[in-house]
Design a protein around this ligand. Structure first.
Ligand SMILES: [Zn+2]
Length: 341
């Protein structure tokens, strides 16, 4: 029996072909008739359906570049199943270099969305109904927000064995067991039985080569593990996955200009000095001290901080030294590999 075509946005995509489908999105008052481009690869052979999406937050660009590189891989001609790749979900925010929609709503609080709702709710619904519901799996690409950068790591419902095995296949050494808050794509997808892994890497509005390469490597590994791409001849080196037991932001004890000494991926002990907040007029300096033991998975890149600002994100692991060693080994592996650019 021959494999059926898939239909999306009224367009049929035959087995063994690829297409770029424009999904009409709610218009603003400007009557520009905008659309969300979706790349569809419909494999000749049967297999799972998976989506990869980026820029649900319009200023998170690493994922856009990860998908651009993914789309250029010749290996996709051998795809089994169906891959939906959406480089820019929040097209309005992307055009304005902002996380939000024009009405300041956060799209990732409006899934699954509904027709007749707000702009955010309608945009969420276009994506959810046309793409997410057609898939068994998804990978959602993000960066830190608001001048904060993340060490590449995974977030997802690690209690779900299918999500856990995707996380292990992805290959990033650290993960947070988080199902996503209400209205997030992850939470809505979970309610619909779609397994979604979230990859957090880098900061908004800036490319980070390590994050981009780690994302591309991770996605192709997941596609291999689901049987959607043939496994490479050489077995990929992997580091063991560690799931955080706890996490917290370390907040600025004073306002001023922050100079960090601790780096992303570093294991720090309780009481260790992470950096110093200086008075720009040469007065008092105040140390930022780790309130707990753990590994730094996020930090603020903006030098000016105000008292109470979240400056460093520390996650606890059962084996924190091993976690730091895995991060070091992983970054070497990722940056050494010859990958598509
Ligand atoms: Zn985000």
């Amino acid at each position: 029996m021959t494999r059926a075509s898939v239909t999306i946005g009224g367009q049929k995509v035959a087995p063994g072909s690829r297409a770029t489908v424009l999904l009409p999105v709610p218009d603003t008052f400007l009557r520009q008739g905008s659309a969300m481009p979706v790349h569809v690869f419909h494999g000749r052979r049967e297999g799972p359906a998976l989506f990869v999406c980026a820029a649900i937050h319009g200023d998170e660009l690493n994922g856009v570049e990860i998908i651009r590189r993914l789309l250029r891989l010749k290996r996709l001609n051998q795809l089994a199943g169906t891959l939906y790749a959406i480089p820019i979900v929040n097209i309005y925010g992307f055009m304005a270099n902002t996380r939000y929609l024009p009405d300041r709503r956060d799209l990732n609080r409006f899934f699954p969305g509904k027709e007749g709702g707000s702009l955010a709710s309608e945009l969420a619904s276009v994506f959810f109904e046309n793409v997410v519901r057609k898939c068994g799996y998804g990978i959602d690409l993000h960066t830190g927000s608001n001048h904060r950068r993340n060490l590449p790591h995974i977030r997802g419902d690690m209690e779900d064995p299918a999500v856990l095995s995707m996380a292990e296949a992805f290959g990033a050494p650290l993960a947070l067991d988080l199902s996503g808050m209400e209205g997030s794509l992850r939470a809505a997808a979970k309610d619909s039985g779609v397994r979604v892994l979230l990859f957090e890497a880098g900061e908004p509005l800036r490319f980070d080569e390590f994050s981009i390469r780690a994302g591309l490597r991770g996605i192709t590994s997941v596609l291999e593990s689901l049987g959607m791409l043939p496994a490479g001849k050489r077995k990929r080196r992997q580091v063991p996955l560690q799931i955080a037991t706890d996490r917290a932001w370390c907040r600025a004890p004073a306002s001023g200009l922050f100079r960090a000494v601790a780096k992303l991926g570093q294991h720090v002990g309780q009481g260790e000095v992470l950096g110093t907040i200086h008075d720009p007029f040469g007065g008092r300096s105040t140390d930022l001290v780790a309130p707990r033991d753990g590994v730094i998975i996020g930090d603020q890149s903006l030098a000016s901080v105000y008292k109470g600002d979240a400056v460093m994100h520390i996650a606890r692991f059962d084996a924190p030294r091993q976690a730091q060693a895995s991060v070091d080994e992983y970054s070497e592996m990722v940056m050494d590999a010859r990958m598509a650019r």
